[in-house]
Design a protein around this ligand. Structure first.
Ligand code: MN
Length: 241
């Protein structure tokens, strides 16, 4: 046989594949659309994926924002879509009032609402050509609360390295006092009546591609991308609440 059996099967397979390609993407779209759509949206990064190099690599940023954060938004929407009366609540309102939520979505909102709020803050409090020392009233408040900026950094790094497993290190406003704390998984300081001023993500997905198992090195280098004017702005807003 000229056009042999193997070639024929290949052609059949290819045409079968072409048919499938013509229909499957539409089906996939139709299935994923309801979960992806909802009141909560993923804002684009406020800078390019590679903007925080060499401290945070572009591949980490791409996966972190486009996959991890996008997943939190998608899962949050899927939960909220079950309860249209919750559509108008901000992500912060949702995580501040977990106890008021229907029990069947409470843990989902805790994980994914927390993930959404935490990461939205995270992208904003980092920037290219940043780092250095805090500015404005925040600088004074850090000095009076922790003794010095260096003492604050050490305490913050300890919160990050001491958090076993996945979580976050935080600078928070608790009442009218600045404090350093850490949370587990995607828990937000909002869940404990504290206002998050700045936080560092110490999940392995935040640093493993570049720093591997060395969380301490990541914590140290991270200060080079902290957007202090933005953190100061968040501090002033929190204090004005
Ligand atoms: Mn993360």
């Amino acid at each position: 046989m000229g056009l042999n059996r193997r070639q024929l099967l290949y052609l059949l397979g290819a045409s079968g594949g072409a048919v499938a390609l013509g229909t499957l993407p539409q089906q996939a779209k139709a299935q994923s659309a309801p979960a992806a759509e909802g009141p909560h949206t993923l804002a684009p990064l406020p800078y390019a994926y590679e903007a925080l190099e060499p401290y945070i690599d572009a591949e980490t940023m791409r996966f972190h924002h486009d996959k991890h954060h996008a997943g939190y938004v998608r899962n949050l929407n899927a939960a909220i879509n079950k309860y249209p009366n919750l559509r108008n609540q901000s992500p912060e309102d949702l995580v501040r009032n977990l106890d008021s939520l229907p029990e069947d979505i409470r843990q989902t909102v805790r994980n994914n609402g927390g993930g959404h709020v935490n990461h939205t803050m995270f992208w904003q409090i980092m920037a290219p050509n940043a780092g250095g020392k805090p500015t404005g009233e925040l600088a004074r408040a850090i000095d009076s609360s922790f003794g010095s900026f260096e003492a604050f950094q050490e305490k913050f790094n300890q919160a990050g390295s001491g958090r076993f497993g996945s979580g976050w290190a935080w600078l928070v406003l608790e009442g009218d006092k600045l404090a350093v704390t850490s949370t587990l998984n995607q828990d937000s300081p909002w869940m404990s009546a504290m206002v998050p001023i700045m936080g560092n993500d110490v999940w392995e997905h935040a640093y493993y591609l570049k720093y591997r198992n060395d969380r301490g090195a990541y914590l140290k280098q991270w200060w080079n991308v902290v957007n202090w004017p933005e953190v100061n702005k968040r501090f002033l807003q929190a204090r004005g609440r």
